[in-house]
Ligand binder design. Structure first.
Ligand SMILES: [Zn+2]
Ligand SMILES: [Zn+2]
Length: 378
């Protein structure tokens, strides 16, 4: 399971001469095709993504003309698992911008060829050693990604002359999406995935995707554009003017405390959405902002200054706790139990599970012991 409805392909390519490469990505009947101009005798980068509800079959076709050898590294494709900052509102067109692809897809690109080769269709591919590629670790997502010391800043990292490697510590994608996220500690790719998995499960539990769809059906325009207009097309926190594609919908009352996305959402820029994350309004805004937010959203001021778990949704969990304990990722259960206990110390979801089904409880505790909740602030 991934946290987006996007499928992407990405790779790094080294042709023996300049060449035009046609990249086709086909996913269950949807497809996208792009021509990439590759420079000769050095490494190039490319990637393309499309929206696809299912991804049962992902096919990548690379085609070019002429007597040109092309070495490939990190050829990978599949459903995209993106950091939280990108999940909600970054459109596929933004991800497809050539200066961000393929790094921004956060594909696992740890081998030269991360796909099965179709022997019958492939007339030109052979699995032989190609050109050498130099890799550097991103200090943020911890991925090993290509750099070219002869052509600084052309591959997965921007140029930075003051650094010993002459490149920035963070890959392009982390630089763009996460570097301003000063509230988050360093995370490994694994932890990124862990955190976004929990977010994804929470959103599904609260039916966020259906809510957004129903909203669009009912109102014509999507919730995002409505909230954007309501907030005067600017970030509520810093007042920065926002294009619709830059808008990030914040749940206002945090998702982590079981509040779904609804018409009380707040319009924020990427930086401030990242900073607010799971905080309650009262822990993020000053009193003046809280009063203004109450006016704009229509949520009572007392509601905005309170810290509460959404009781209706909590009740849903408690009534069917064994099912949730079975179906959720164990860490989603643990994170939810922790958030509930934080505000309601007398409610212990683990104890309630144990009382309901000792066996399921034991299994859950066992699974958590093997893989404890690693990230703070979930
Ligand atoms: Zn990175
Ligand atoms: Zn802002």
């Amino acid at each position: 399971m991934t946290n987006t409805d996007l499928v992407g392909v990405g790779a790094y390519a080294y042709p023996s001469a300049p060449v035009s490469l046609t990249v086709t990505l086909a996913v269950d009947g949807e497809w996208v095709q792009t021509d990439v101009q590759l420079g000769g005798n050095h490494w190039n980068r490319f990637g393309v993504a499309l929206e696809a509800v299912t991804a049962d079959e992902v096919i990548v076709e690379l085609a070019w003309h002429g007597d040109v050898d092309v070495s490939l590294w990190g050829l990978a494709a599949g459903p995209l698992e993106l950091p939280d900052a990108l999940v909600d509102d970054v459109p596929v067109s933004e991800l497809n911008k050539t200066h961000l692809a393929p790094e921004t897809f956060y594909l696992v690109q740890d081998v030269a060829l991360g796909l099965d080769l179709d022997e019958e269709e492939s007339t030109i591919f052979t699995e032989v050693p190609g050109e050498t590629v130099t890799l550097k670790k991103c200090s943020y997502c911890q991925r090993m990604l290509p750099v070219d010391s002869d052509r600084l800043g052309t591959l997965a990292f921007h140029k930075h002359n003051a650094k010993p490697t002459k490149h920035q510590n963070e890959c392009r994608a982390c630089k763009k999406w996460r570097i301003n996220d000063s509230f988050n500690p360093l995370r490994t790719t694994d932890q990124l995935h862990e955190s976004s998995l929990i977010t994804r499960e929470r959103r599904l539990f609260l039916r966020d995707p259906e809510r957004l769809q129903q909203y669009k059906k009912r109102e014509g325009a999507g919730l995002k554009s409505q909230i954007w207009e309501r907030f005067g097309r600017q970030c509520f926190y810093c007042g920065k003017r926002l294009e619709l594609t830059e808008v990030q919908l914040d749940h206002t009352r945090p998702l982590a405390y079981l509040w779904p996305i609804d018409e009380f959402a707040t319009c924020l820029c990427a930086v401030h959405n990242n900073q607010k994350t799971d905080k309650f309004p009262v822990d993020f805004y000053n009193d003046h902002q809280l009063r203004e937010l109450s006016q704009i959203t229509g949520l009572p001021y007392t509601e905005l200054t309170a810290k509460a778990v959404n009781q209706d949704e909590l009740e849903r969990i408690r009534l069917d706790i064994v099912t949730f304990a079975r179906e959720w990722e164990p860490r989603t259960f643990a994170a939810t139990a922790r958030k509930v206990r934080e505000l309601m110390p007398h409610v212990d979801l683990f104890e309630e599970l144990k009382a309901a089904d000792e066996y399921v409880h034991a299994e859950l505790v066992d699974a958590l012991a093997k893989r404890p909740l690693g990230v703070q602030g979930l």
